[in-house]
Design a protein around this ligand. Structure first.
Ligand code: C2E
Ligand code: MG
Ligand code: MG
Length: 426
């Protein structure tokens, strides 16, 4: 029978209370405490068997500072499942402040605020911290079974997926610092001439030559855990350094197109990129920024201003995965986007469904009519290529030409481009 290990941190300024947490949680819960606990635990009902499998590891910290340091440390290895925080701390430092700091370090940390009846009301606290789904209030003095039940219900709500994601996020944080990430480059080609128009830089996470996680998975985890800005900055710095290397190896400027999460588009991002250009000694026009349409509406007008500033700095702005989200013709007409990338699902449908062809054709017509470039992603067959040429598409990307490859292979690919061009001329 496998045991579920729960990591708990209790923060207080009273040694006696901290000892109580350890006493209460390390002793096994009694079966009668489980009555009414109907939540599913890893897809099972919470039965006596399951409760007996909970193994609580309780860590304690005297006051906020020590607690925050422990949370920072644990984040790099095994993050805590629950943190209990006392509302009353010494003057100048209270529980609410500790909670705010905790969420700055681990945005989805589950926190239980322990408060005496005379302290702030629930409404006060919600007014101060906002309504969150990851916090509970426990009134003091607490009964042992209340604490146990909280832990069990937190475990029950924390699905396998959340636990896996949390673990992946803590590994990813180390991977960014330890430079375990790398970039692969996939050519984007001019369909008429076969010339390379740009390389798309795609992030890879490998250990001992094997992928640790797929990009769509670890990028989602990075977005959910708040790591996306650190990851994105690493990608941008690396892409700029590679752009410089590509230029000196080929004596030509070939644009590198980088994926940018809308969550990175905060005020100051434009200035940071302008600074990176200076440090790397490259022109903004040699970098493309691919912004996925599906989350752009969520981030609002602040990000639109940042995109407009980036465009003014000279970066080439692309709207990625067009058709997969909510963007409409107004979005398409937006002046800031110079290039539109049609989601690869549309290309996959080009030979199997006749109704996909008119849709792809109208997207290409609108983009070209507005004076924009149109890249169709995911071209895998000659038949798709022929159809796209007929529909007036000007740029293509896909396994038919090359999978994403390492920088030295990309340089080689560029040098041999005439060979690949000959098949376009035919
Ligand atoms: P994307 O930006 O739309 O990138 C294109 C994806 O399609 C890449 O998947 C590429 O390997 C794949 N692809 C290219 N040609 C073909 C083809 O012919 N057929 C098929 N089936 N697939 C093809 P990859 O590298 O797994 O990346 C997945 C997604 O992860 C990317 O989609 C992008 O949204 C995200 N991503 C990758 N790197 C980064 C990054 O550095 N930052 C951010 N924010 N997102 C990234
Ligand atoms: Mg992309
Ligand atoms: Mg795409």
């Amino acid at each position: 029978m496998s045991t579920t290990q729960i990591r708990i941190l209790a923060i207080d300024d009273n040694k006696g209370v901290l000892d109580d947490y350890v006493k209460v949680l390390v002793s096994k819960p009694q079966p009668e405490d489980m009555s009414g606990m109907e939540d599913a635990l890893f897809g099972e009902k919470l039965t006596e068997d399951v409760s007996a499998r909970l193994n609580c590891i309780v860590d304690t910290a005297m006051q906020g500072d020590e607690g925050l340091e422990k949370i920072r440390q644990a984040k790099l290895t095994e993050p805590y499942d629950v943190v209990f925080v006392d509302m009353r701390m010494p003057p100048g430092w209270d529980g609410l402040q500790t909670m705010k700091e905790i969420w700055r370090i681990v945005p989805d940390q589950f926190v239980v605020l322990c408060t005496a009846y005379s302290d702030h009301s629930f409404d006060d606290i919600v007014r101060e911290l906002g309504m969150k789904s990851n916090f509970l209030i426990l009134h003091k003095p607490f009964a042992p079974d209340e604490v146990q039940q909280i832990v069990q219900s937190v475990v029950a709500r924390t699905s396998n997926q959340v636990r896996t994601d949390r673990k992946l996020a803590s590994q990813l944080e180390r991977a960014i610092v330890n430079e375990e990430l790398s970039l692969a480059f996939q050519p984007i080609l001019n369909l008429a001439t076969g010339e390379i128009w740009a390389f798309e830089a795609l992030c890879r996470w490998e250990r001992d030559g094997k992928p640790v996680s797929r990009p769509d998975e670890f990028i989602r985890v990075a977005e959910d855990s708040g790591l996306i800005c650190d990851l994105g900055n690493w990608v941008l710095r690396e892409a700029m350094a590679c752009s410089k290397e590509l230029e000196s190896a080929t004596n030509e400027t070939i644009r590198i197109s980088v994926n940018v999460s809308p969550l990175q588009l905060k005020p100051g991002f434009d200035d940071a990129l302008a600074y990176m250009l200076i440090v790397n000694g490259i022109q903004a026009s040699s970098i493309g920024l691919e912004i996925t349409e599906s989350r752009i509406l969520e981030t609002g007008s602040e990000s639109e201003t940042v995109i407009a500033n980036l465009r003014d700095l000279g970066f080439h702005i692309l709207l990625d995965d067009f058709g997969s989200g909510y963007s409409n013709l107004l979005g398409l007409a937006s002046k800031v986007f110079e290039t539109l990338k049609v989601d690869r699902l549309f290309c996959a449908g080009l030979h199997s469904s006749s109704c996909t062809i008119p849709i792809v054709k109208s997207v290409i017509d609108v983009a070209i009519g507005l004076g924009k470039n149109c890249i169709v992603e995911g071209v895998e067959t000659k038949h798709q290529e022929d159809t796209l040429r007929r529909l007036g598409c000007n740029l293509v990307q896909g396994y038919l030409y090359s999978p994403p490859i390492a920088l030295d292979e990309a340089i080689e690919w560029f040098r041999n481009r005439n060979k690949s061009q000959s098949r376009f001329a035919a």
